[in-house]
Design a protein around this ligand. Structure first.
Ligand SMILES: [Zn+2]
Ligand SMILES: [Zn+2]
Length: 721
């Protein structure tokens, strides 16, 4: 009798065996429909010898229901799924779900009906209909998608279809993508670029696993170099994957790609419509979608034949997923290259200490690009000591920076003011009674967003209208904003320079690729003089007329005891500094700080990255911190605080005694309450020789806890107390 071992899409279950009915054939990787109780679940057939499960007699097996009409999950991806589940202590089904990330890709039928405006005005116009038509504009989508865009009910959209204001169009779901041409517009490379590109091309041609660190300051031309590796993969008829940290930033990248290869790459991110997701998924699985540019979730797609993987801005911490499967896309990308047999390029101007360490160990090969490409020079970085040269009372921009902005604007050049804090003010309090606005669901202050007159929690999304009176003491007009966010800095810039055109760039204002494109166009047309932005503006952009960068608060990232705080501050300020002087005009960077003597600030000013990294690395070595030692966090959460605390203590009491391993806690997690759940955390610290995953698997595997308690393990965590 034919049996199949199947991972069903239910994280609570291990692999299950099924009978393969007569007339059905399944191979490992096949996506199948399997019965589970009264329900039907998707699952993937696996090699039985790779997954242990309880032996079930033939007579107790249930029949598989069907095989899905989609390409099977390829073997290298199956190996990656196993590795990811094993390393990050996650259920196989949870990792597999990331590979089957388009359910509509697995459904039959090749066309769907999408709707778009006809331009006709409905005979009966209501406020809702008007709002819907205005917001939909010339967009096209499913009824549900249009309703979401327009913020109206499905019924309103259906009414508009009936009234003739929207019309249906059959969309071919599986039309192929235009293919990039590797010889469309090859770039003129510098000697150093050509050397690095040649090595990547050779590595791609041999189709063997090899990790690279492509290291060069911002503006040194890393993108041109790795795109030559991509071109080589195309010539070999293979696929390429480029991971980027912030999807809103792909617009300038897509343009560059288009200029090099004649077409846009296939994009993969959370903003795709269902039909787009399905098309991308199926064409990727078929090997037809040649180059995919995406957020970290693109890593688990079923590429048929990957020829190269690039992780751009590889030092970015946003590659670490903080919920569900806690994976780090940079590290998983290297493993994917290992299983696929292809080179992996980590590109960065400020490589993570972990990555540098791999280079030192000889595991990664470093390709270094010196200097900036063309005439552009690296900007000079200067510190402004906020104690010696403070801003006026109630202001945040120091006189020296004000003077520099003035001079820059007078030359007709552009300014970027950087503060990594959205909204107007991070804290609002009542001047009469001292009441502070805290989120009811999280241990976090409500952040004032003055543009939309709301207080918002940045962790759970809880939003309230900004009240006029204090909810505690009823005092009117008694609320004061404490500290600056970008909106407040923009107000200050406008007050200082009333003639300057000021723009705010955060995820609140740039929430789609179209918005990003609009921002780029306005910058290029000189319709903006001063940009006030968060880290969203620090990556990928290239504005030749932007010559002054002001960092409002360099100390912000140094707060808290995070082991990577100094490194992250260094990376972030180097990155934002890289926005200045990218054309022929030289740039200046002014960094406001209360601690001009801090090692990281001194390194930024002196430009001595090497000694900064050396000192940070030594400090990590002394503390047995990554990459020399290992951490894992066990986060216990529940809506019931006592239940969470009890479970956390039970886990702590059961901690195994292992030499060279310590367990700390439980302590309230950095966010003691998040989205209504109370959180406690244990921190495991061990030397590299210890298989932390194995220890934790045995330790937690022997314990039980109430169903209302969730226990999550974060291997190699990035959020610390
Ligand atoms: Zn009050
Ligand atoms: Zn909240």
């Amino acid at each position: 009798m034919a049996r199949a071992r199947v991972i069903v899409m239910n994280s609570a279950l291990g692999p299950l065996d099924y009978r393969v009915p007569h007339g059905m054939t399944v191979e490992p990787g096949a996506i199948v429909v399997a019965p589970l109780g009264p329900r039907q679940l998707l699952g993937v057939v696996w090699e039985p010898e790779r997954l242990a499960t309880e032996e079930v007699g033939d007579n107790r097996l249930r029949n598989l229901i069907g095989v899905v009409d989609a390409p099977p999950i390829p073997a290298p991806l199956r190996r990656l799924i196993e590795w990811t589940a094993d390393y990050y202590l996650a259920p196989l089904a949870a990792v597999l779900r990331m590979a089957l990330s388009s359910t509509s890709a697995l459904e039959g039928g090749k066309t769907i009906v999408e709707y778009r405006a006809t331009g006709e005005v409905p005979p009966r116009m209501t406020a809702q209909r008007e709002q819907a038509l205005e917001r939909i504009g010339d967009r096209q989508g499913l009824i549900r998608e249009l309703a979401t865009i327009a913020d109206v009910s499905d019924a309103v959209i259906r009414g508009l279809v009936k009234a003739g204001a929207l019309e249906g169009r059959a969309v071919d779901l599986d039309s192929p993508f235009p293919e990039p041409d590797p010889d469309h517009a090859p770039p003129v490379l510098s000697t150093e670029q050509a050397y690095a590109a040649g090595i990547l091309q050779a590595a791609t041609a041999t189709a063997e696993f090899e990790p690279f660190l492509l290291d060069g300051v911002t503006g040194s031309g890393k993108t041109e170099v790795y795109l030559e590796g991509v071109a080589e993969a195309l010539r070999e008829g293979r696929q390429a994957l480029i991971l980027l940290p912030e999807i809103a930033l792909t617009e300038p990248f897509l343009k560059r790609f288009h200029a090099r290869f004649g077409v846009e790459p296939v994009a993969w991110h959370s903003g795709l419509r269902q039909a787009q997701r399905r098309r991308a998924w199926r064409q990727i699985a078929a090997g037809q979608a040649k180059v995919v540019v995406g957020a970290r979730s693109a890593l688990f797609l079923p590429y048929r034949d990957l020829g190269i993987i690039v992780v751009d801005e590889a030092h970015e911490t946003s590659f670490k997923q903080e919920d569900g499967v806690h994976y780090h896309a940079r590290d998983v990308a290297v493993m994917r290259g290992h299983f696929e047999g292809c080179p992996v390029v980590l590109a960065s101007a400020t490589p993570a200490i972990e990555t540098r360490h791999q280079v030192e160990l000889g595991r990664y090969r470093e390709l270094k690009l010196p200097g900036r490409y063309g005439k552009a020079e690296l900007p000079a970085i200067e510190a402004i000591d906020l104690l010696a040269d403070p801003p006026e009372r109630g202001r945040w921009i120091a006189p020296k920076l004000v003077g520099a902005i003035d001079a820059t604007l007078a030359r007709g050049e552009q300014v970027l003011l950087f503060l990594n804090r959205r909204g107007y003010a991070p804290l609002t309090l009542c001047r009469t009674c001292g009441h502070r606005f805290q989120c009811p669901n999280c241990t976090a202050w409500m952040v004032e967003h003055r543009l939309i007159r709301r207080l918002a929690c940045h962790h759970c999304g809880h939003v309230i209208p900004t009240p006029r009176a204090c909810p505690e003491c009823d005092a009117e007009d008694s609320l004061v904003a404490c500290g600056p966010g970008v909106e407040r800095i923009a107000d200050e810039a406008t007050a200082l320079f009333p003639d300057a055109k000021v723009a705010i760039v955060t995820s609140d204002t740039i929430w789609s690729p179209a918005k990003a494109a609009e921002f780029v166009a306005r910058m290029e047309a000189q319709a903006i003089d001063i940009v006030v932005g968060t880290q969203l503006v620090t990556k990928g952009y290239h504005f030749p007329n932007l010559t002054l960068v002001g960092v409002i608060d360099a100390d912000l990232g140094l707060e808290g005891g995070d082991l990577r705080a100094a490194e992250r501050t260094f990376q972030q300020i180097m990155q934002v500094a890289g926005r200045a002087g990218r054309g022929e005009k030289p740039g200046t960077v002014l960094v406001q700080t209360h601690a001009p003597g801090a090692r990281v600030i001194e390194a930024l000013v002196s430009g001595d990255a090497e000694s900064f990294y050396a000192a940070e690395t030594e400090a990590r070595r002394d503390a047995d911190a990554p990459p020399f030692g290992r951490f894992a966090a066990i986060v216990v959460s529940s809506e019931d605080k006592d239940a969470a605390h009890d479970t956390a203590r039970t886990i702590a009491r059961a901690a195994p005694r292992v030499e060279n391993m310590d367990v700390f806690g439980p302590a309230p997690a950095p966010l003691a309450m998040l989205r209504g759940r109370h959180r406690f955390r244990l921190l495991v610290h061990a030397t590299r020789q210890i298989d932390v995953q194995d220890v934790i698997r045995d330790w937690l595997g022997a314990l039980e806890w109430p169903a209302k308690v969730r226990v999550a393990v974060d291997v190699d965590p990035y959020n610390f107390l």
